[in-house]
Design a protein around this ligand. Sequence first.
Ligand SMILES: Nc1ncnc2c1ncn2[C@@H]1O[C@H](COP(=O)(O)OP(=O)(O)O)[C@@H](O)[C@H]1O
Ligand SMILES: [Mg+2]
Length: 230
Amino acid sequence: MSNIILETVGLHKIYNGKSAERVEVLRGVDFKIERGGIYYILGHSGSGKSTLLHLLGGLDRPTQGDILFEGKRISEWNAKELDAFRAKKVGFVFQFYYMLPELTLLENVTLPSMIAAKSGGRRKALELLERVGLSHRLHHRPSQMSGGEQQRAAIARALVNAPEVVLCDEPTGNLDETNAENIYNVIESLSRDEQQTFAIVTHEESFVKGKPNVYRLAGGHIKKEYFSET
Ligand SMILES: Nc1ncnc2c1ncn2[C@@H]1O[C@H](COP(=O)(O)OP(=O)(O)O)[C@@H](O)[C@H]1O
Ligand SMILES: [Mg+2]
């Protein structure tokens, strides 16, 4: 069996604005994600990082080309199949956490399992919150927590339904250096211990330098990035 969990083939995305200006963001992206890996995708602002992640997670449809999840073309799925894919197979982490302010931390992290009508969500949420170092904060509200803590909680929330792959859109873009390092450490340990697959997009080169599986998105194409030794 192939170890590739998610793959893009000749992926194109063109936005056609109302005033008829055409933005050709992706111009043939071929990218393979293996199960259990951590993939970093570097790119400047506007290079199409969010666009690519949204396509990988079934939040948007390509103009041309295919996305294969476990070898199946997601472009051929109907709305119901795509909904199930997004709810159960993919976890999302965003730059601005998006915790619900009126819920406690534990409630926020448990919520996706309730939406997906999955049992055992509370137990899984407790376990993940311990993994990300937030066991002492279960009944706090998001406004009582730091940005770094909220982002760790957002990672726990993305994992609560045990998705096949977690897609992170600039997860450290709003954090200082220490908290950003901490997020990468949490992701690495979860990837190792839960055999979780991550694809992380960022414009912050300093954090990904020297790591394996770093790719560069530029000019609508993706390429493996090799850092020089200097
Ligand atoms: N819905 C949209 N309609 C039109 N243009 C868009 C839309 N979304 C993104 N773009 C444009 O596509 C380009 C890539 O955007 P994005 O994927 O958000 O880049 P990044 O996440 O790397 O900053 C930008 O020029 C942006 O303005
Ligand atoms: Mg973006």
